[in-house]
Design a protein around this ligand. Structure first.
Ligand code: NAD
Ligand code: TYD
Length: 337
């Protein structure tokens, strides 16, 4: 019968988390606290909007007073913190919002949780990008030193450090997860996989940065949500857990897979100027969460990518609305470099 507050619940992973969580925990209540930036979309949550166990509060995590009031009025006992600016390319062209939301916002949230006294768990959702870039071999473990290379990953690393300090200084029951790249339904079409799907469907060029050989370790979003649920309920406060799909792919292979699934020609591929500070390879050693909490991914990449492509085919209205709205200007000018 717990009430959990999910920050950033209208975004890609947050909305997938809420949809799954309400199904798995029908006695719990979820308060979705989200500022509805360009990346927040309440349509993702249409299926639960009338659920008596779901509430939405429009708010910025930098607004400490509103966060405190929301925690108190809803008798929240657990926080799952997704809210962030999440796109590396945007952090390169405009880092301010990343510093504000990811660092100051996390700080305000921690302060509100500390003052509240009823918070039993504070789960901070972070990324493997805090560890920097790998060469051809090796894996990120929970002991890998932070070496962020983009304003996005630097702001996430800073927030991870703040969360850590609240455990050691104030004994707050915090948990941190560092996950690899997610993909799946409701993924905002500025990120690699959804961008490639919708460009291919529109017969637009597919912009591949650099030589296309950068490697990411892809995890189906539902598997990430399951892992977060397990860490929230069974993880040890003060610990961090790496989450990954053990599924390394070069970007060019992802793009070719998408084209194949859609029956489109590889002529649509266009190599473009590389991203500044582009991390070469990410790969997660997820043995700690597997060993201590029994989590492992349920989806193979073949199944996950097929379901993802099918979802974008079946939900054209969802992404067409996004690319014809305010986001359009960014989408159209993004890669003319
Ligand atoms: P997203 O950009 O799709 O969603 C972010 C959500 O946060 C949006 O709903 C937005 O409205 C909200 N938000 C932004 N600023 C806010 C603010 N100041 N106050 C309140 N709400 C605000 O992001 P995502 O891909 O779902 O990522 C969620 C979290 O998971 C992030 O913390 C990200 O760093 C982390 N993460 C993402 C990935 C990935 O592959 N997408 C992988 C590992 C970790
Ligand atoms: P992205 O989805 O932005 O995630 P992240 O930067 O957090 O890993 O990018 C995934 C990879 O795909 C990354 O190596 C950059 C590359 N990429 C492209 O080649 N073209 C694109 O248009 C985008 C958005 C990304």
């Amino acid at each position: 019968m717990a009430t959990i507050m999910v920050t950033g619940g209208a975004g890609f992973i947050g909305s997938n988390f809420i949809l799954r969580y309400l199904g798995e925990h029908p006695d719990d209540t979820v308060v979705n606290y989200d500022a509805l930036t360009y990346a927040g979309n309440l349509e993702n949550l249409a299926a639960v909007k009338d659920d008596p166990h779901y509430r939405f509060v429009k708010g910025d995590i930098c607004d400490g007073q509103l966060v405190s009031r929301t925690l108190a009025e809803n008798d929240v006992s657990m926080i799952v913190h997704f809210a962030a600016e999440s796109h590396v390319d945007r952090s390169i062209t405009g880092p301010d919002a990343f510093i504000k939301t990811n660092i100051e916002g996390t700080f305000r949230l921690l302060e509100a949780a500390r003052a509240n006294k009823k918070i039993e768990r504070f789960l901070h959702v972070s990324t493997d990008e805090v560890y920097g870039s790998l060469g051809a071999t090796g894996y990120f473990t929970e002991e890998t030193p932070f070496a962020p290379n983009s304003p996005y990953s630097a702001s996430k690393a800073s927030s991870d450090m703040l969360v850590r300090s609240y455990f050691h200084t104030y004994h707050m029951p915090v948990l941190t997860t560092n996950c690899s790249n997610n993909y799946g339904p409701y993924h905002f079409p500025e990120k690699l996989i959804p961008l490639m799907i919708i460009n291919a469907l529109s017969n637009k060029k597919l912009p591949v940065y650099g030589d296309g050989k950068n490697v990411r370790d892809w995890l189906y979003v539902r598997d990430h949500c399951t892992a977060i649920d397990i860490v929230l309920h069974k993880g040890t406060p003060g610990e961090t857990y790496n989450i990954g799909g053990n599924n390394e792919k070069m970007n060019i292979d992802i793009v070719k897979t998408v084209l194949k699934l859609l029956g489109k020609s590889e002529d649509l591929i266009e190599y473009v100027k590389d991203r500044p500070g582009h991390d070469r390879r990410y790969a997660i050693d997820a043995s700690k969460i597997q060993r201590t909490l029994g989590w492992s991914p349920a989806y193979t990449f073949e199944r996950g990518i097929k379901e993802t492509v099918d979802w974008y085919l079946a939900n054209r209205a969802w992404w067409e609305k996004i690319i014809s709205g305010d986001y359009r200007r960014y989408y159209e000018t993004q890669y003319k470099q």
